[in-house]
Design a protein. Structure first.
Length: 337
């Protein structure tokens, strides 16, 4: 073999090696999560599954293997994320979930926000009843004629679709019942929320009056149109009982400003600190992503109408918002270098 041939072969080998190394580096940069598993959770309320699916798909694009998401009640999740049994979820509601901060403080953190200040909560009644009985606040349910009109199970109390045990809203509703002395006037239904609301909607369509708690974004206000079918009512003013400040400009409330009894919440990811420290790409991604409430509302409505292909809905959302998603992913990759 001549020296010229030998030198040519060596050069080719060096070039090939350099190309291979370059490709390997590019791959590592594009997939900073390769070899790492994310133990992901999601909430028991299905209105949060769409967001979880979107984040899962972005994590996988970064090369992470995602285990789950495992469906957990809030108390179990916050204990699990503090202990490192799960790494994260994107279904935190704060300040509603402030009661769990003591559980995870120092072990997990809120990182970024899917939606800030746009998650409303409160009580609604059908508009016809509000007008017929002059219902303004929960105190109006102490009136015998109002209790009777909303008594669907015959126990003499007005029926309220409330929240299942373990939900943050269940604690607040129980406090409202106690603070406003409503235990003899209102019967909070704490069964599965979706089934209870489906029953209430059917009752409404059958001509009955309904009282229920809900939050937004949620499919309930797609089935029952705000201002047309239902209206927000207030919690009473009472000496010694502190409530969040009244909110201005709430669509379809009986008063403006409206004392809803709940503050507007941020929907946020909550992540184990040890996992965060090892995965700067995830931390950066979580800080960047935002999902419009209108998009969540639309998916929730479609899901309630029978389209339960949440992963496909999430993939479609990613495709429609590809430019923004690519920017978030690029920032995450840069953070991992």
């Amino acid at each position: 073999m001549t020296n010229a041939i030998r030198n040519t072969m060596t050069a080719v080998a060096l070039i090939a090696g350099a190309v291979g190394l370059s490709a390997g580096l590019a791959s590592a940069q594009d997939m900073p999560g390769k070899g790492t598993t994310i133990k992901m959770a999601q909430a028991t309320w299905d209105t949060g599954w769409f967001q979880a699916a979107i984040y899962k798909q972005m994590f996988e694009t970064l090369g992470y293997t995602v285990e789950g998401p495992t469906t957990l009640d809030a108390p179990i999740f916050y204990q699990s994320v503090a202990q490192g049994d799960v790494d994260l979820w994107v279904n935190g509601w704060f300040p509603l979930h402030d009661t769990y901060k003591e559980t995870f403080d120092g072990s997990a953190s809120i990182v970024g926000a899917i939606a800030k200040g746009g998650a409303l909560q409160g009580y609604l009644v059908d508009k016809a009843a509000a007008e017929e009985f002059g219902i303004k606040t929960l105190d109006d349910f102490k009136r015998p004629e109002v209790m009777k009109a909303f008594d669907r199970n015959g126990d003499g109390k007005a029926d309220l679709v409330a929240c299942p045990p373990g939900w943050g809203c269940e604690v607040t509703i129980s406090e409202h019942m106690k603070n406003y002395e409503l235990d003899d006037a209102i019967n909070p239904i704490k069964a599965g929320y979706s089934a209870s609301m489906a029953d209430a909607i059917a009752a409404y369509k059958g001509g009955e009056h309904i009282l229920f708690y809900t939050w937004t974004p949620n499919w309930t206000v797609n089935e029952l149109k705000l201002g047309d079918d239902v209206v927000w009512i207030e919690v009473p003013e009472k000496d010694g009982v502190e409530t969040p400040a009244a909110a201005e400009g709430i669509k379809a409330c009986v008063e403006d400003p409206c004392r809803m009894g709940f503050v507007a919440n941020d929907i946020v990811p909550v992540v184990n600190n040890a996992f965060l420290d090892k995965n700067p790409a995830v931390a950066t991604l979580l800080k960047g992503v935002q999902i419009p409430l209108d998009d969540i509302f639309a998916q929730n409505a479609a899901m309630n109408a029978g389209d339960d292909k949440v992963d496909a809905q999430a993939a479609e959302w990613v495709k429609k918002n590809q430019a923004a998603v690519d920017g978030w992913l690029a920032d995450a990759r840069a953070a991992a270098k």
